[in-house]
Design a protein around this ligand. Structure first.
Ligand SMILES: Cc1cc2nc3c(=O)[nH]c(=O)nc-3n(C[C@H](O)[C@H](O)[C@H](O)COP(=O)(O)OP(=O)(O)OC[C@H]3O[C@@H](n4cnc5c(N)ncnc54)[C@H](O)[C@@H]3O)c2cc1C
Length: 538
């Protein structure tokens, strides 16, 4: 299906005769858990270049709090983890992928331990906790609520020791380069130190993370601007499940402050939700109360906010022992302290916000995209693990498992592709636009507000159509420009992906998983027990 009439293949001019060029067997875009794990695997077999647009410390992975799940406890089973994942995914999971990811979990977590990840331990075993949707305690955590940072540090350390790996931070990838047969042969990007560069590669791995920044309210750091999804779409890759954005029920709501996530583990360990009148309301929406799946908790909070005419609800952790709380959740403790919220006395104001992009670049069980030479893993991909809803803490696990698979597949195919790489000559020139200059920050803020209003937690045909009209209008004067900084390219990417999300959300005329349509509140298995795929016309 053609989803955009006006289309430009590349966002920047390309001229191989005058641009610096680098060569590698495997190219990895992204330094989160998926990219780093892929680098470790590929780097053991061939030369690798890893690029990321900021420092390696800037990623969703670095910010992950609650933990990574796997079958670790004596009373837990693979079957139980599999059925929890399938139940949460509402009929759209790929069962083969679910089995694969879950069965590899324990081995890959043990490997992380060997590489120095300091998981919290009790009586000599990795300590595990429980979150909504899980029927057993199986979430491993590190330094309390700093799991993502601790895992990242050990992976980064491992990657830095590899002679075969070159890391380039502050390298913004503008576009994937494809040849006449539409095989991916590298990328064009902007190195903040040396300017524009082309990197030719035997195979390329997209591990560029999520899209939370498309929404005004989000837990995601500033880099989650959906670049990878947009560049894969421009290159002709099939995208899948673009309507499925998961909203996290509880982010700190203090006007003016960033929307810091308040981990779900707190509810797993006994925190309760109260409305502004002090009523505990979750049991009115779901028998599992605070431990209901995330989409249900998010919608319940939103409905309760509407019913009580309030901007937020509260998380009550006053029943926690304060010393234990500070030790178990140091980040949240510090955050609350910084706003003078004394958790032993005060309630924590929270509301939902965009958290995890389930959809993305369609991949097969070997992490290959629909474009030869291009692989994808982690949040940028739609591997089929999550279905229509993600079970909490399954995403770090997915990054780890598919990072390893991708690294191995990409290294293997890089060998075959190398003979074919004959330093192609490319000249791509974009016509000059006379349209007026524009303030991309303003467009971006307006887009984020629009997405929150019209393509948010509760959706409906008319607002979804209106969102597409408005985005198309913005696209007319943003997409014809040639920018020379990430700010402009990010704005273009966000407009591209926002439109695709609104289109997919309009097409799914039912409610399933994280996608809720107030005009179609039921699940329609007859017409929609399938994926929605989008690909640009070539
Ligand atoms: C606050 C928060 C808490 C979370 N808690 C948990 C949790 O407890 N458990 C769990 O399982 N999941 C959690 N998640 C989700 C999980 O962290 C992510 O899904 C996962 O880390 C994604 O990993 P990734 O490697 O795919 O992408 P990321 O970690 O986001 O890395 C993306 C990388 O791509 C690079 N990149 C992006 N665009 C470009 C470009 N144009 N050019 C060059 N480089 C680019 C970035 O620089 C970055 O290095 C949480 C997420 C957030 C935001």
């Amino acid at each position: 299906m053609n989803t955009q009439s006006e289309f430009r293949r590349y966002l920047a001019n390309i001229d191989t005769t005058s641009t610096q060029q680098l060569f590698t067997d495997v190219l990895v875009i992204g330094g989160g858990i998926a990219g780093l794990r892929a680098v470790i695997e590929a780097g053991a077999r061939c030369n690798v270049i890893l690029v990321c647009k900021d420092s390696l410390q800037e990623s969703n992975t670095w910010n992950a709090q609650g933990g990574i799940c796997s079958v670790l406890g004596p009373d837990d089973t693979f079957q139980s983890h599999i059925s929890d994942t399938l139940n949460t995914g509402c009929g759209l999971n790929d069962t083969e992928v679910v089995e694969l990811v879950i069965r590899q979990g324990p081995e890959l977590l043990r490997q992380l331990l060997e590489w120095g990840t300091e998981f919290d331990v009790v009586d000599g075993h990795i300590d595990v906790t429980i979150e909504g949707g899980h029927s057993h305690a199986r979430i491993a955590h590190a330094h309390g609520d700093s799991t993502g940072r601790i895992i990242s540090e050990s992976l980064i350390e491992k990657v830095r020791q590899m002679q075969s790996v070159r890391i380039i931070e502050n390298f913004y990838v503008i576009d994937l380069i494809t040849d006449d047969e539409n095989e991916c042969i590298g990328l064009v990007g902007r190195n903040s130190r040396t300017g524009e560069q082309i990197i030719w590669a035997g195979s390329t791995i997209l591990a560029s993370g999520g899209a939370g920044q498309l929404y005004r309210e989000t837990t995601n750091p500033k880099g989650a601007t959906s670049d990878g999804i947009a560049m894969a779409y421009r290159a002709g890759a099939i995208l899948r499940d673009m309507e499925f954005m998961q909203f996290h029920p509880t982010t700190l709501y203090v006007a003016g402050a960033s929307r810091a996530l308040i981990t779900e583990t707190l509810r797993g360990e006994g925190a309760v939700l109260l409305d502004c009148n002090g009523n505990r309301f979750m049991k009115d929406y779901h028998p599992d109360g605070e431990l209901a799946p995330r989409d249900i908790v998010s919608r319940a909070i939103l409905e309760q906010m509407l019913a009580t005419n309030s901007t937020h609800v509260y998380l009550d952790v006053r029943n926690f022992d304060k010393t234990h709380f500070t030790k178990r959740f140091p980040l949240i403790s510090e955050l609350c302290d910084s706003f003078d919220i004394d958790v032993s006395r005060d309630l924590i104001p929270v509301r939902p916000s965009a958290h995890y992009m389930i959809g993305g670049v369609k991949t097969d069980i070997g992490a290959a995209s629909s474009i030869k030479g291009l692989y994808a893993c982690g949040e940028v991909s739609a591997s089929g693990l999550h279905g229509a809803n993600r079970l909490g803490s399954n995403s770090l696990l997915e990054g780890l498992v598919f990072g390893r698979i991708t690294g191995a597949s990409a290294a293997e195919s890089a060998g075959n592709l190398q003979a074919r790489l004959k330093h192609p000559r490319i000249k791509y020139k974009i016509p000059h636009s006379d349209r007026s200059r524009l303030d991309t920050i303003d467009v971006r803020n307006s887009l984020r507000a629009l997405m929150w209003r019209n393509v948010g937690i509760i959706r409906k045909a008319q607002p979804l159509k209106e969102a597409q009209e408005i985005i198309r209008f913005w696209q007319r004067y943003v997409m014809d420009k040639v920018f020379d900084s990430p700010e402009g390219w990010q704005c273009q990417n966000m407009l591209t992906v926002a439109l695709l999300m609104a289109q997919a959300a309009e097409r799914r005329m039912e409610s399933r998983g994280v996608h809720y349509r107030s005009d179609f509140p039921g699940t329609d298995d007859v017409n929609f027990a399938k994926h929605i795929e989008l690909v640009r016309d070539r």
